[in-house]
Design a protein around this ligand. Sequence first.
Ligand SMILES: [Zn+2]
Length: 254
Amino acid sequence: MSLEEKIQRAVELIRQSHYMVAFTGAGHSTASGIPDFRSPESGLWEKYNPMLVASIWAFRLNPKTFYDWIRPMLGTMLTATPNAAHIALAQLEEMGYLKTVITQNIDNLQQRAGSRRVLEIHGHMREATCIRCYKVAPVDATMERLVLDGKVPHCDCGGVLKPNVILFGEQLPIRVLNQAMEEARRCDLMLVAGSSLEVMPAAEIPNLAVENGARAIIVNILPTEFDSRADVVIHDDVAQVLPLFVQALPPRED
Ligand SMILES: [Zn+2]
C-alpha cells in the first residue's frame, strides 16, 4: 500500500469512528526539539546512568544530581513550541473526532497546542511536591530560574521539592492511569502517534483498546510490536502525517 493509500484508509477510519482516542510518546515532540529520553543519541544519557539520576531512590539520596541532569531538558522545554503533530491533534479534538489524548510526554506541548483533554500518565512539570511534607507547589518562573541557575528548590519546611514527573521506581499516577484505561476500553479507534510503545505498563493502553474491539492506526518513525495489531501502519514522521489527516477530513456532522 502506498503512503497515499494508507492515509486515505486512516482518514476513512477516523471519519467512521465515534470515539477516537490518541496515545502519544516521545516521537510526538521530537520535531519540537525535545530529546527522546530513551534514545542513546539524545545526549541525555552520555554522562549519566538513568537509574542513578532519574529514579526516586537517587532523587532522595542526591537531588542535586537529578537537577543537574534535568536542567538542559527544562531549558529546552521552556523554549520549545508545539509542532504540527500537536496542532493536528488539537484540531482533531476541535473538529469533534478526537475525544482524549493520552500522553507519555511531560512537556505540556499538547495543551499549549490547544488540546483540552490530555491525560499525562508520566506526570508533568507544572507542579512540584515536597518529599518531606508532601505540600504541592506550582513550578513558577521563580522556581524555573532557581533550577536553571544550578540550585535545588526547597519547600518552606526545608524538604526538597520534586517535580511531579514519574521517576523510575515510582508508581504511575493511579487516577490518571485509571482514566486512561477507561478511555482505552471506551474508544472505537486508537491512534498511536510517535510512540515506540516500549515503556510498560503505559504501552498496554493501546493493546487494551484493541482487545476491546477498537480499530487502530499507528504513525511512528520505526516499526513497533503493536504494528501487527493495527489496521493502518505508517512509518513516517508524525509532524508530516497527522496534518494530512486533518486536511482530508470534513467537519463532523453528528
Ligand atoms: Zn515541605
